[in-house]
Design a protein around this ligand. Structure first.
Ligand SMILES: Nc1nc2c(ncn2[C@@H]2O[C@H](COP(=O)(O)OP(=O)(O)OP(=O)(O)O)[C@@H](O)[C@H]2O)c(=O)[nH]1
Ligand SMILES: [Mg+2]
Length: 377
């Protein structure tokens, strides 16, 4: 076997590895889908808009269709929200309940929204009972409970979300909310254990950020409750730095574990760097996609060339191997893991800085920094 890999041969191989990784990523990815549940006027559409920071659903408009609708987000990306109009309307409740439960399979989680000061929760409770019957145990299906419109608790005029604290006993509003929140919990949590209870104020419109409360906590709770397959897409969609950081960390750790596993049993005659390269390629493409880069449209040589010693050139190889003893031959699981971890952290920092196609020099210095931080601990 020739050890002399030509540069163009390496590029072709890298493109092929990247193409396969992009295909795998696309196949593993799911569009986040939320089932919205709650009476008309509870603020379902308002919460969705506040969370997305955009008008994705009309507010305060009487439902025009009895069919559940999936709501696209923008031309390129979609957040699917299944909104079943007519929840809790006396004459049609049974039929709606069935429709909603039938749609739970298509959704990743259900949001149950209750608007202050609603205390009549029989329909919400019936929905959760039906959900529980359909899926078994009290925690079998992810549910988020959203007490909304907390700004309306008396004194309604006294609303400053930047200083408001739900557990402040000296706040009249917090004292007025407490029995209402307890009532929601007592009525609904004994049916299903929600993944989180997130008190919110959606404001009077999605641009009314000065009066919103709990929206970041809502984004966070949804991210946490989504299955892994939908998390990356959600992080890309939200454009929220904290959630993107969380997702980047998740991606880097998952691939670090995969790289360590790939090298745990050395395969004779195959340098470990060859074994972990596909894992690293996939990790970097996944990271790039959080920041809006489409893995299929990226030029993998530009993005990944700098880390692949054979493509990045002898200089890159030399500098990397100075940092990483044994690079290119046998690495061992912990070194392979640390290389992958450092590489992931390096690319994450570059992507955060808006660098989608870094130069060899940029990757090397970001990698060196991450590597030194990791190995000096
Ligand atoms: N003060 C206040 N008003 C809110 C809040 N959330 C929603 N609203 C208002 O309540 C009304 C109903 O909100 P929507 O978001 O349309 O309620 P919905 O649950 O989507 O209602 P349907 O689509 O009819 O099922 C609108 O006038 C909103 O501006 C909130 O947190 N505080
Ligand atoms: Mg609505």
């Amino acid at each position: 076997m020739s050890t002399q890999i030509t540069r163009s041969g390496a590029e072709t191989q890298l493109r092929e590895t990247a193409r396969r990784a992009a295909e795998e990523l696309a196949a593993e990815s799911e569009v986040p889908t939320l089932l919205l549940c709650g009476k008309t006027g509870a603020g379902k559409s308002s919460l969705l808009n506040a969370m997305m920071g955009a008008l994705v659903q009309e507010i305060g408009v009487a439902p025009t269709t009895e069919e559940p609708r999936a709501i696209p987000f923008d031309d390129e990306l979609t957040l699917r929200a299944i909104d079943v109009p007519g929840f809790g309307e006396a004459d049609a409740h049974e039929a709606h309940l069935e429709t909603m439960v039938a749609h739970l399979d298509q959704a990743h989680l259900a949001l149950v929204v209750v608007g202050f000061p609603d205390r009549a929760l029989d329909h919400e409770s019936a929905f959760l009972q039906a959900l529980r019957r359909r899926f078994g145990g009290p925690e079998a299906y992810p549910v988020l409970l959203i007490p909304n419109k907390i700004d309306l608790a008396p004194p309604a005029r006294d609303w400053d979300p930047s200083t408001f604290q739900l557990d402040d006993p000296s706040s009249n509003k917090a004292r007025a909310l407490s029995p209402w929140l307890d009532h929601i919990e007592a009525s609904l949590c004994r049916v299903v254990t929600p993944r989180a209870i997130v008190p919110c104020a959606a404001g009077e419109g999605w641009t009314d950020t000065a009066h919103q409360y709990g929206i970041t906590a809502l984004q966070d709770a949804i991210y946490t409750a989504l299955p892994d397959a939908a998390k990356r897409y959600f992080a890309r969609l939200l454009r929220d730095e904290a959630i993107r950081d969380r997702e980047a960390r998740r991606i880097v750790l998952t691939h670090t574990a995969a790289a360590a596993a790939a090298t745990a049993q050395p395969i004779p005659a195959l340098p470990d760097a060859v074994l972990i390269a596909p894992v690293q390629v996939k990790m970097i493409l996944a990271l790039a996609s959080i920041y809006g880069a489409d893995p299929e449209a990226l030029d993998p040589v530009k993005l990944l060339g700098p880390v692949m010693a054979s493509v990045g050139g002898p200089m890159a190889f030399h500098q990397l191997s100075k940092l990483v003893p044994g690079w290119g031959s046998v690495l061992g699981a912990s070194v392979a893991g640390t290389i992958t971890l450092s590489l992931g952290e390096a690319y994450h920092q570059l992507l955060k800085a808006g660098i989608l196609a870094p130069t060899t020099g940029q990757v090397l210095s970001a990698f060196a920094e991450a590597w030194q931080l990791r190995t000096s601990r």
